[in-house]
Write a protein that binds this ligand. Structure first.
Ligand SMILES: [Zn+2]
Ligand SMILES: [Zn+2]
Length: 608
């Protein structure tokens, strides 16, 4: 009798322990995964788990004899409380902002070992030296608003990022001066494999003093001292021997001197080779801010499997890579923005279809809408689909900008701060497309390779073919919001062979992170971050579970106008974020009129 009872007791205890662990796991997954914020009430999360726990407790109290039932129930409740406390703390610490880089090298760069296996000759020291030189040269080019010196090793998309910024800066009579530039550290953070290409993400920890000065309007002036970490991504074809394009101005293919002023195309005039194809040397293909970089979801990172899958679907040529397509999308998107700002629809005509052309032309109004700051934070392939004749790629583009209206040399500010927005581009190309003879995005006719100027006439002046034909080039056939894209996907679900949920784009930021980011932008809105405000933000950071040392860069970014208002697509989350922002702002007695104005405008902008 006795041994049996003991055994039963152990069995019951064992099962309960499993049940308890299970309950806790359910709670944990919801709290972390659902992105519920844990501080201000955290009302959501855990309903199911708690129900289950109560059920178990009732069963124990009814079915076990006294006093065993009370003892077991007590142990479970205590265990649950301890576990949920630890979990809550862990979830709090896990917040993405606590993962902001400090500038110290990561212990082990992801993917580096397998990269070295494929590239035994890789010389890390000389690679890093080139990255450092590239970094210094590009800052110089940026200051001079002339990118020709570095054109040979940057991708077309990166070129367009600079080019668009320069055009806007010219409109606003803006200069950006740079002083005391210093690289403090530089290390390889991650290596990705993308089709036949490798991509190395390099973290650069630097300090700088830069000032944006506009002759038109002093309200657009910004800048100061800052220390930051940025990620520069370089791409090169795997296994190809390196042919230097950094330390020489000669063509890596034929040795002829490269043209002094290369614009949209980085091409040798002698042999026609493109120096930035990744065939010869590492090509700068993306620059990402730390707060965007850490927010990239694993599922959205490039992988050779994804690339292989897509390559099979669209039966592309050997050189296909997701990164290069995203680069093309960036290029097109920025030219569309330029087209709107300069009120010149001819700039985008050649690479968009009629429907997109109508839609975007409709946005060009009487007023000249220019952009004070326009940059792409993140460009990501979201889906691959097909119709009977064409392949269609969906690519999301998140940009940050502040729009202003220019009229008779006077500036009216449209957006209260730099805000961000995500749109989706659809790019289509025929199945079994013929090989392109030049990129339309860099002003070459894909059919005959002749130069294609900005023009409303869509036929090539040499061969007469319509330039925006999907027969050999990816043409922009759709431009939509995330909500419109979600509708599009559900209407055409059967056509998709690959798709990721656009929610993943924001997934790693939870409600609290958005709110904290945005409160910080509000506090800095009057261009001054007083001691009280700084103290206030520190307290808020502590209260919301942020590691003060980790988020130090945030303070400087806010001060220099580099933090942007961020909002997820989800309306309910937007409301929660705004509530948290208002609560935080109300707790600070020193809200300035500018700051209040920003809050009010946000409420209007997001219909909150
Ligand atoms: Zn050449
Ligand atoms: Zn042509």
């Amino acid at each position: 009798m006795k041994p049996l009872k003991k055994r039963t007791l152990f069995l019951v205890l064992f099962l309960l322990l499993i049940a308890c662990a299970f309950t806790a796991t359910v709670l944990y997954a919801r709290a972390g995964g659902a992105g519920g914020y844990s501080d201000s009430g955290g009302g959501s999360g855990g309903g199911e788990g708690i129900g289950y726990l109560i059920y178990i407790l009732i069963r124990i109290i009814i079915e076990l004899p006294f006093p065993l039932n009370i003892i077991v129930a007590g142990i479970i409740i205590a265990g649950f409380l301890i576990f949920s406390h630890i979990t809550k703390k862990k979830v709090q610490q896990q917040t993405i902002l606590n993962q902001l880089p400090t500038g110290d090298a990561t212990k082990k760069a992801g993917g580096y070992d397998s990269f070295l296996k494929n590239n035994p000759d890789f010389n890390e020291t000389s690679f890093k030296e080139n990255v450092k030189s590239a970094f210094m040269w590009i800052q110089k080019a940026w200051e001079a608003q002339d990118i020709s010196d570095v054109r040979k090793f940057i991708s077309d998309g990166v070129y367009q990022r600079f080019n668009t910024q320069f055009k806007m800066m010219q409109l606003l009579k803006q200069k950006n001066t740079i002083n005391n530039l210093e690289v403090k550290n530089l290390y390889i953070d991650r290596v990705e494999s993308d089709g036949l290409f490798d991509i190395i993400h390099v973290a650069i920890h630097a300090s700088i003093e830069d000032r944006f000065i506009s002759e038109l309007d002093a309200r657009l002036n910004q800048g100061g001292k800052e220390e930051f970490v940025e990620y520069w991504s370089f791409l090169k074809k795997r296994g190809k021997p390196r042919k230097d394009i950094y330390q020489t101005d000669n063509c890596p293919n034929c040795g002829a001197p490269l043209p002094e002023h290369m614009g949209e195309v980085s091409k040798c005039e002698m042999c026609g080779t493109l120096t930035n194809s990744g065939e010869y040397d590492w090509v700068l293909s993306e620059i990402t801010q730390a707060n965007d970089y850490i927010g990239t979801h694993k599922k959205l990172q490039k992988s050779s499997e994804l690339n292989e899958k897509i390559r099979n679907i669209i039966n592309e040529d050997q050189d296909f890579s997701v990164q290069l397509l995203e680069d093309k999308a960036s290029n097109g998107y920025l030219q569309i923005i330029t087209s709107i700002a300069l009120k010149e629809p001819a700039i985008m005509r050649r690479f968009v279809n009629d429907e997109v052309f109508q839609k975007i032309s409709g946005l060009i109004g009487e007023d000249q809408v220019a952009y004070n700051r326009i940059y792409l934070n993140d460009v990501t392939l979201l889906g691959v689909s097909e119709t009977e004749d064409t392949h269609i790629l969906a690519i999301s583009v998140r940009s940050s900008f502040q729009r202003i209206i220019l009229k008779d040399g006077a500036v009216t500010i449209v957006d209260p701060a730099v805000i961000s927005k995500t749109e989706v581009l659809l790019m289509s190309r025929d199945k079994n497309a013929t090989a392109s003879k030049g990129s339309l995005y860099t002003h070459n006719c894909p059919n005959c390779g002749a130069p294609a100027e900005n023009s409303l006439d869509i036929n090539c002046q040499y061969c007469g073919m319509p330039l925006n034909s999907t027969s050999s080039e990816w043409i922009i056939t759709g431009l939509m919001s995330i909500a419109e894209y979600n509708d599009y996907v559900s209407d055409n679900a059967s056509q998709f062979s690959y798709k990721v949920n656009p929610d993943l784009l924001d997934k790693l930021y939870d409600v609290r992170d958005f709110a904290f980011n945005n409160v910080m932008v509000v506090m800095a809105a009057d261009g001054n971050f007083s001691e009280e405000e700084e103290e206030f933000m520190r307290e808020l950071a502590q209260k919301w579970g942020y590691d003060i040392n980790r988020i130090q860069p945030f303070f400087q970014m806010a001060l220099n106008g580099q933090l942007v208002i961020r909002m997820p697509e989800d309306l309910k989350k937007q409301q929660k974020i705004f509530k948290m922002m208002e609560k935080a702002a109300a707790a600070d007695s020193s809200i300035s009129p500018e700051e209040q104005d920003l809050l009010d405008r946000m409420r209007m902008q997001y219909h909150l």
